[in-house]
Design a protein around this ligand. Structure first.
Ligand code: NAD
Ligand code: MG
Length: 390
């Protein structure tokens, strides 16, 4: 029996890895919708190769280009936010949510209404709107499967174990590009230096977020929202090899660790085949050759993002939406050369302080209020940047 699938954010890093897996067994899938952004050539190529029903670009001005690229293929072309939601309304059994940023939240929410599986890579969904998206999944009987190496690892290490026996969860972090740098040098870290990851091959933004640990900060919030751990149960551990992705500590002192190659196709493939396990084209680890697993505790001064994530978990409400928006604004500023590497956390902290002081984070969690908080946090981040520059 074929499974109906859609991939939102198909042209990105996660999207392309998903296509790679689908193409290996294409007859097993009936591809409904694919979405992308500005890379029209890739979007059209994937839509034609996978015989999709519809291809959607997020940008309306690119519709003529997409139409031209799909001419004669039989694949429908569409563009814009509304078209993206309409594409998400087409029934599927499995849907990949791999758009980057808050733009990924609404299509994912819509896809949940089919009651199938939502493979969730988009981090902003859980960080900004955890309770809302989890409630939506419950309402429609849908299953969310996490697509991040750490959260897939947690999911796997929890399987078959009694949940009330869980004492703690250890989420590992590579430590990013600057893990061995002297602290004083971090202030002068350049964009090029922050954009190269020691272990993972990912997009520029998530690579910089790994160096600053904003990526890990997002991940601990995601873990709290998705698995309902208490913040006190969640630990971060630097593990430079990135081979153990997470460990669950049980009340008898035993730990279940998930070990695997640093290849996102494992987490994507696990979500694609769940509840089965199927052959995946990833490296098989040779422990004798690896030899050593190293661990160290993350230093709060080096990684202020982790402290900020704990504040967000304690504050709750819309503070997660403010956090992601402020983090993205700070990252934009760093990429544009408008602030230093270590200034990003200060900017995010300023925004969080303003949002929580005004009580804006206490508004009800709706898509509209999340968008408003996103705008407000971006405005506050711009104010902070101006104030810091003067
Ligand atoms: P990417 O930048 O490589 O791709 C993002 C995709 O989103 C592209 O298809 C792009 O066209 C689309 N997009 C961008 N802006 C859009 C908009 N406004 N509206 C609609 N579509 C838009 O990103 P990625 O690395 O594949 O990551 C996707 C998501 O998965 C992110 O939330 C990221 O944090 C998360 N994630 C990524 C990795 C990884 O290894 N790359 C690991 C875990 C989680
Ligand atoms: Mg991760």
């Amino acid at each position: 029996m074929t499974r109906r699938i859609s991939i939102f954010g198909v042209t990105g890093s996660i999207g392309q890895s998903t296509v790679d897996l689908i193409k290996r067994d294409q007859d097993a899938y009936d591809v409904i919708a694919l979405s992308g952004g500005r890379n029209i050539a890739q979007l059209a190529q994937d839509a034609i190769d996978l015989k999709a029903e519809i291809a959607v670009t997020a940008f309306e001005y690119l519709l003529p280009d997409l139409r031209a690229a799909l001419k004669g293929s039989g694949v429908e072309a569409a563009a814009g936010e509304v078209a993206l939601l309409e594409a998400a309304d087409r029934p599927t059994d499995w849907c990949m949510s791999a758009i980057v940023g808050l733009a990924g939240l609404a299509p994912g929410m819509r896809a949940l209404r089919h009651g199938g599986v939502l493979a969730l890579a988009n981090k902003e969904s859980l960080v900004s709107a955890g309770p809302m998206i989890m409630a939506e999944a419950a309402k429609y009987g849908a299953t969310i499967l996490p697509v991040d190496s750490e959260h897939s690892a947690i999911f796997q290490a929890l399987t078959g174990e009694p949940r009330d026996a869980v004492e703690r969860v250890i989420i590992t972090a590579s430590g990013g590009a600057f893990r061995d740098w002297p602290l004083d040098d971090l202030r002068h870290a350049t964009l090029a230096q922050a954009s190269s990851h020691p272990n993972w091959d990912m997009g520029q933004r998530i690579t910089i977020d790994s160096a600053s640990m904003f990526n890990k900060a997002m991940e601990i919030i995601e873990a709290k929202e998705f698995f309902k751990f208490s913040p006190a149960q969640i630990e971060v551990l630097i593990h430079p090899q990135s081979l153990i992705h997470a460990m669950i500590g049980y009340n008898d002192g035993g730990l279940m660790a998930h070990v695997g190659p640093a290849d996102m196709r494992h987490a994507i493939g696990f979500a694609l085949h769940w509840p089965d396990r199927k052959h995946l084209p990833v490296e098989r680890l040779d422990f004798a050759r690896i030899g050593t697993f190293e661990f160290r505790a993350p230093c709060d001064t080096r990684y202020p993002a982790l402290r900020l994530a704990r504040e967000v978990m304690d504050t709750g409400g819309l503070s997660g939406a403010a956090f992601t928006a402020a983090k993205d604004a700070a990252l934009d500023a760093f990429i544009a050369g408008r602030c230093g590497f270590m200034d990003m956390a200060g900017m995010v902290e300023d925004v969080l302080t303003r949002i929580t002081r005004s009580g804006d984070h206490n508004a009800s969690m709706t898509l509209e209020n999340i968008r408003l908080t996103d705008h407000l946090a971006q405005k506050y981040a711009a104010d902070t940047l101006t104030a810091r520059a003067s």
